[in-house]
Design a protein around this ligand. Sequence first.
Ligand code: URA
Length: 398
Amino acid sequence: MIYTNAHIFDTERLICRPFLPSDAEDMFRNWVADPDVQNEYGEPVYTDISQVNALLEEYTRGAKSKYRWAVIEKSSGENIGQIAFCRMWKECQTAEVEYCIGSRFQGRGYAGEVLAGLIRYAFAHTDVEKLEAYHRAANSRSGRVLAKSAMHITDTVQRFAREGIAPEDEVCYCIGKNEYYKLRKELSLMGELHIIDHPLVQHKISLLRDKNTGTKEFRELVSEIAMFICYEATRDLPLKEIELETPIAVAKTKVISGKKLAIVPILRAGLGMVDGVTSLVPAAKIGHIGIFRDPDSKGAVQYYSKMPEDISEREVIIVDPMLATGNSATAAITEIKKLGVSNIKFMCIIASPEGVKAVTTAHPDVDVYTGVIDEGLNEDKYIVPGVGDAGDRIFGTK
Ligand code: URA
């Protein structure tokens, strides 16, 4: 199983992180001693904090520590439950999910929220291709949670199939990765913000910020960071299985299938990101869009557009290192949508909160990828602390 980002994910109201020894008291108070919670998913009811400490030893260091997240309520900071891949079958990249939320915190939609968060996280940041879960038929609440999470009912799940038993009292659910992304698109649930917090990206952004970094180094850094961000932005490209011969044997192996890519830099600073992206996706076609900021109104003025002929059949990644007011990005996305493109991503290196808000509000179906979100904009609409004028620094024009 491959993880690319920190082993933490969050949702609107919850943070999911690895368990810590300090979780014991919250767990004891909120769920592990609660028969309603523990019986429901077949776990012992804990009667003593020392038992919880032993369990936590397993959750933090032992066999049960991997792929298990403590569910923390943001508003109170309390550990209110857990979610985990309780079984995994690497050969078919399938994981079975289990979760629980303390009784006191039920009825607020937390179970559905954490499950949806894990599904989103798992498909974006691990190589899991299919998620499965099941619940006792008598537990209709769990059924509602699973159905709301986008999972659908299926005849059986790996666990039962492998044990050679037919589910009787259990209702089985599953969702596959391709199916999930298709569904999200249909429901217009795209439009997520992805912050690529990889240490190498963060380190290189710090070097970019330094006013003493010269043109050559600045240009190289922009290109390298673009490559790292592109790695994440292409994580959901669909794969298909092919068969080929290695020198040793016939191998069933995977290649990228389906839509082809086009990269569209916003002139001129976006050009600095093209090499980094094409070093990962050499077959991508490149369109260009010229947009400048009107110095007075700070509004976006388009002066150039040249796109690949088959752009409407491609997934498009628009690139611009700085997402400041969001005016250029929003205008570029609008222009590319007009050409019939339905799958668009926007990649930048540094974003302002204002820019992210503008783009995701105008185009809620577009995913935004950035290395960092800075404090905000100054009166000249430059990002603070930012890097200054990225175009000038890439091309050495000032
Ligand atoms: N464009 C830049 O180059 N820098 C900023 O800070 C904002 C927009």
